[in-house]
Design a protein around this ligand. Structure first.
Ligand SMILES: NC(=O)c1ccc[n+]([C@@H]2O[C@H](COP(=O)([O-])OP(=O)(O)OC[C@H]3O[C@@H](n4cnc5c(N)ncnc54)[C@H](O)[C@@H]3O)[C@@H](O)[C@H]2O)c1
Length: 371
């Protein structure tokens, strides 16, 4: 097992990169634009949203003085000196826009999940290969110090052979009511594709295992009527709730390892949970910025909480970056230096394959076998 380690860099010497933003809603304002704005060599020169006021507000808050706004992403892709495009629209348009951007010669950062379907995700991987441009997906959990530390700890044999993992993404009452999250056509599904996707990606990253053998899944849509008024983000309209409210999946890998994933927006359960990996020499629980190791030494069981210092990461040593800032900086760094991005499209595509298989298995009542 090997992991690539990018060492310290003088980032501030990096050349200028012009970026275009497509989709100026929640995640653009909450993550991408503030993180990119911090990078001295990045210039956001174009903004696109089908709602023009959103593109205009983004231009005002984050753009260069001569930045332009569009309502059609194809116009933005025509600007020749834009090297990088961030695709921050609802899931259904990720593939169409990302493929068009790659074909226009741009490097693409697309939000998670990679796409609304597995076929679209594969088409994106293929487009990146065909065009030779970089494609990455916004799974920022990987950019936390704790996950970076845990990945190295596990790759170094710290818990032995990993053969079982649990990946929870559970909210008791947390249905997002903005945007199009309840629209099956636009999103491809409910909590499994929305938040389960983060847990699956983070888990595969720690296991460093993308060789799936089979997937079995169940989905439920039980509580939209019952939990209407207790939702954290407002009153639910059950008529608009086209997706599952909870889903579970059981993944078997070709080396015999197994992963249990559960995702919910509505479920009578305590919110939270810890991503857990069990190996032959010990186990790991991801508890926020703490990595808990369940080990055994000289016949005694021990529990050790490790809180890695955020300045101890491999990239940009000495800097105390949030995961969002780290994600953006590492991405731009990989573009400039022609290095693989932290989240490779082939890996994100496996996450989409697993999610679609959970949905397919739930629908058909059958286990889905890969290859
Ligand atoms: N990484 C994370 O933790 C995280 C968190 C939230 C959302 N997301 C992802 O980000 C994406 C967007 O979610 P959001 O919460 O920002 O939604 P949002 O509805 O707040 O924003 C999406 C924006 O895209 C615009 N848009 C839609 N179609 C477009 C098109 N064809 N061209 C240009 N603009 C278009 C909309 O008008 C809207 O302003 C989703 O895929 C979601 O899964 C990721």
């Amino acid at each position: 097992m090997s992991i690539e380690i990018i060492t310290e860099t003088k980032y501030e010497d990096m050349r200028e990169i012009k970026v275009g933003i497509i989709g100026c809603g929640g995640i653009a304002n909450g993550k991408h634009m503030p993180a990119l704005k911090r990078l001295p060599n990045v210039k956001m020169v174009a903004f696109c949203d089908i709602i023009p006021e959103r593109a205009e507000a983004a231009r005002r808050d984050y753009g260069t003085p001569d930045a332009v706004v569009y309502t059609d992403y194809r116009d933005l892709l025509k600007i020749p000196d834009i090297e990088v495009v961030h695709v921050l629209t609802p899931n259904k348009s990720h593939a169409e826009i990302s493929i068009a951007a790659l074909e226009a010669g741009k490097h693409v950062m697309c939000e998670k999940p990679m796409a609304a379907s597995s076929a679209e995700a594969h088409a994106m991987v293929e487009a990146a290969r065909r065009t030779g441009k970089k494609l990455t997906i916004g799974y920022q959990t990987r950019s936390t110090t704790a996950y970076q530390f845990a990945r190295k700890f596990i790759a170094g044999g710290g818990i032995g052979e990993v053969y079982y993992a649990k990946a929870p993404a559970v909210r008791r009452r947390g249905v997002p009511l903005w945007g199009v999250f309840l629209d099956k056509e636009q999103q491809g599904g409910g909590p499994m594709i929305d938040i389960g996707t983060h847990s699956i990606d983070a888990c595969l990253y720690l296991m460093n295992n993308y060789d799936v053998a089979s997937v079995t899944g169940v989905t439920f849509r039980k509580l939209p009527e019952i939990a209407r008024f207790s939702n954290e983000w407002g009153i639910i309209n059950p008529d608009e709730f086209e997706v599952e409210d909870a889903a579970m999946g059981f993944v078997k890998f070709k080396n015999g390892a197994a992963l249990y994933v559960e995702a919910s927006w509505l479920l009578n359960i305590e919110s939270g949970g810890h991503l857990t990996l069990c190996g032959t020499l010990g186990g790991i629980e991801m508890r926020g910025d703490t990595v808990r190791v369940n080990g055994e030494k000289d016949g005694a069981l021990f529990t050790q909480d490790i809180r890695p210092n955020s300045t101890s990461r491999d990239h940009f040593k000495g800097e105390n970056l949030t995961p969002e800032q780290y994600e953006a900086k590492q991405w731009i760094y990989s573009v400039i230096n022609d290095l693989p991005p932290l989240v490779k499209p082939e890996e994100a595509c496996v996450v989409s394959d697993i999610i679609e298989s959970i949905y397919k298995s739930a629908e058909t009542g059958k286990t889905i076998y890969f290859d």
